[in-house]
Design a protein around this ligand. Structure first.
Ligand SMILES: [Zn+2]
Ligand SMILES: [Zn+2]
Length: 365
């Protein structure tokens, strides 16, 4: 069995906050009550890791990285050992980790939104305040696990909690259907995930706006079910609003998904949303200015914010990914072994990529 081969020490990576990733070794943890030990298989890098940790330790509170903590909050792996008292998961199970471990008993945790857990003592995010997935092994709590179906890869699973889960939650809040033309602003991994889920939800037309040429090229090349992922990808420019109106019969879009956190893009998304339309904000940080009467009130628009997702919605998303035959790993443009984790973060920080993954074993293709 796998546990007899578990070594005593493991390779792992930290983010010192000086535009580098550092490798180190740690003892392989032993699972306690209600805990499991995972052999890591895929650990994807998130924009938040770059924004809050990699360049400088900027984050506070829930985004406060504790120095010395193993990085990586998008882990997916296989259970090699279970501690006493585990109730559902067993050795060899393939699992996704909801990336924040909450207290389990506050109101937010009871809703499944451990992201918003109000316990200062017990709320700890993997890769921020407790060890994350950039290591050969990960200690996780059983209550944070979601089963990974056999038809999905570990690299698919790594993107479910933070990336696709966050998008799924936001799209559920505004509702997307075959009635809708959708605008996605910011075509990094979250923007690309938005477009793939909108396609599967039946969106009639998908428009994208992006600033970086490398990301424009990636977005234009992506196909889903034999058709381009985006109907049109526009380069950020002052004439974007006119372009979008021209492409939508001068109506604007029914739905907008803002993933860039850029003030200009946020204004564009709001103004390109048609009367009675809805917009969700997913991009973190930055600011925006708006004129409520012309931008929102007079056109009866809805603007919602959305942060991560709940663990039950994550399970629902996994089920839908299987029905839809949708593999989030199509967004991964680069895979690195843990030994090259520094290159992986540097590439992600450059933005000149889709999703970047640190992979192990069969996922390192
Ligand atoms: Zn994230
Ligand atoms: Zn809680």
């Amino acid at each position: 069995m796998a546990n007899t081969t578990t070594p005593e020490k493991m390779l792992c990576a930290f983010l010192p906050g000086d535009h580098t990733a550092a490798l180190g070794t740690r003892p392989v943890p032993v699972p306690g009550h209600g805990e499991v030990l995972l052999r890591m298989k895929a650990s994807t890098i998130c924009g938040s890791d770059i924004r809050c940790i990699y360049h400088e330790h900027l984050g506070k509170g829930p985004e406060g990285y504790q120095p010395g903590i193993i990085a990586g909050h998008e882990p997916c792996g296989q259970i090699v050992k279970t501690g006493p008292g585990c109730r559902r998961f067993r050795e060899n199970d393939r699992v996704i980790v909801y990336h924040i471990s909450g207290c389990g008993v506050c109101n937010d945790c009871r809703r499944g939104y451990m992201i918003s857990c109000t316990s200062e003592k017990y709320r700890r995010a993997y890769g921020w305040q407790r060890d994350g997935g950039m290591a050969e092994y990960l200690l996780a709590e059983e209550k944070d696990l979601v089963s990974l179906p056999d038809s999905l890869t570990y690299a698919d699973g790594a993107q479910v909690a933070c990336g696709f889960g966050t998008v799924y939650e936001g799209l559920e809040k505004i509702g997307v259907s075959g009635n809708d033309a959708v605008l996605v602003t910011g075509l990094g991994p979250v923007g690309l995930a938005s477009a793939t889920l909108c396609r599967k939800l039946g969106a009639r037309q998908i428009l994208g706006v992006e600033f970086l040429d490398e990301r424009i090229q990636i977005a234009r090349k992506l196909h889903l079910d034999g058709r381009p992922l985006f109907d049109h990808v526009l380069k950020s420019a002052p004439e974007n609003l006119e372009q979008i109106l021209a492409l939508t019969n001068h109506n604007g879009v029914e739905r907008a998904v803002e993933c860039s956190a850029n003030a200009t893009a946020r204004n564009l998304a709001l103004r390109a949303t048609r009367k009675w339309g809805k917009m969700v904000m997913l991009g973190e940080g930055g600011s925006m200015s708006l004129n409520p009467s012309p931008d929102m009130l007079h056109d009866q628009k809805t603007l919602v914010g959305s942060w991560v997702t709940s663990i039950w919605k994550m399970e629902e998303l996994v089920e839908r990914l299987v029905h839809w035959n949708l593999h989030p790993d199509i967004l991964i443009t680069h895979r690195f072994p843990l030994e090259k984790v520094g290159d992986a973060y540097a590439l992600m920080a450059s933005g000149k990529c889709g999703k970047v993954a640190v992979c192990f074993d069969e996922e390192l293709k």
